[in-house]
Design a protein around this ligand. Structure first.
Ligand code: PAF
Length: 286
């Protein structure tokens, strides 16, 4: 497995792979890899000739008061994991390599970024869209792998690629959970033992909501109210948002329709967790 730190070297590697008619899969990450990332990596290794994993903690997607400086890092354990998974290249550029002095260009996907995480983290999707477009331009993958844990992010990336005619296909893979139900995330590393129970209330509330919808509940308000009660039963939990929305444009719904997204962002102590599930309307039989 090669570790490449500079853009010219990464481009040269990709040019050579493409010249020899090999397909390239890219899994963009910020490191601190967990099973969720590894499921994307395994899918890329299984379906593409070459797999590149980028590890770059992208400063432009963090707000002023967010956790950029203390975002978990462990390049050695990440590279060991990736090597044993059969990855060909780790692309790990520095911030100065990606954003040299005088850097001026940012990409904005409009509308769909006004909701959910885009609303509570202004500038977040501008940073994500910019870095993803840069990574795709540098690595030139045939396929990019994204997880549905970050549902809105995957949709923003799909929209970006469609609108800017980028020749990369996006493959989205399902969110993975710990046996406890907690959605796998690098930010779970921050949770203390005492914060585990409140953290689990997100997946418990979503499970209950899914069940209610399956039993014929259509009211978005009632579903949100129940989720709020389950989560607020924990003192350490502070809700950022609870949304029942259209899974493509993230506009809030009054009623569950066929394919609705229930999405949550909750602060547990200093850690902000997100989780989601897709539900379908069930008509009650008279
Ligand atoms: O989901 C992430 O880890 C990041 O937002 C991404 C896609 C790697 C861009 O920095």
């Amino acid at each position: 497995m090669e570790i490449i730190n500079t853009i010219p070297e990464m481009k040269l590697w990709s040019d050579r792979a493409r010249e020899s008619h090999k397909t390239i899969g890219l899994v963009p990450t910020m490191g601190s890899l967990h099973e969720g990332h590894m499921s994307l990596v395994r899918q890329s290794v299984a379906t593409c000739d070459f797999t590149v994993v980028s590890i770059f903690i992208n400063p432009t997607q963090f707000g002023k008061n967010e956790d950029l400086d203390k975002y978990p890092k462990d390049l050695e354990s990440d590279t060991n994991l990736l090597e044993s998974a059969g990855v060909d290249v780790v692309f790990a550029p520095s911030s100065a390599e990606m954003y040299p002095e005088g850097y001026k260009t940012f990409v904005t996907v409009e509308g769909i970024t006004d909701h959910l995480c885009g609303k509570s983290r202004p500038g977040f999707f501008r940073g994500v869209a910019t870095v993803v477009l840069k990574l795709l331009t540098i690595v030139r993958p045939h396929t990019g792998f994204f997880g549905d844990k970050d549902w809105q992010q995957a949709t923003v990336v799909e929209t970006l690629l469609r609108d800017l005619n980028v020749d990369t296909t996006i493959e989205r893979l399902p969110l993975l959970r710990e046996p406890s139900g907690l959605a796998k995330s690098s930010r779970n590393f921050y949770l203390s033992r005492e914060e585990m129970a409140p953290a689990l209330s997100l997946s418990r509330a979503l499970d209950a909501a899914r069940q209610r919808v399956q039993n014929g509940e259509h009211s978005a308000d009632r579903i949100k109210q129940e989720i709020r009660q389950t989560i607020e039963a924990n003192k350490q939990a502070r809700i950022d948002y609870i949304s029942v929305c259209d899974p493509e444009n993230f506009v809030e719904l009054d009623e569950i329709k066929d394919k609705s997204l229930i999405a949550l962002a909750v602060h547990i102590g200093k850690t902000r967790l997100i989780d989601n599930c897709l539900v379908r309307r069930v008509e009650c039989k008279e």
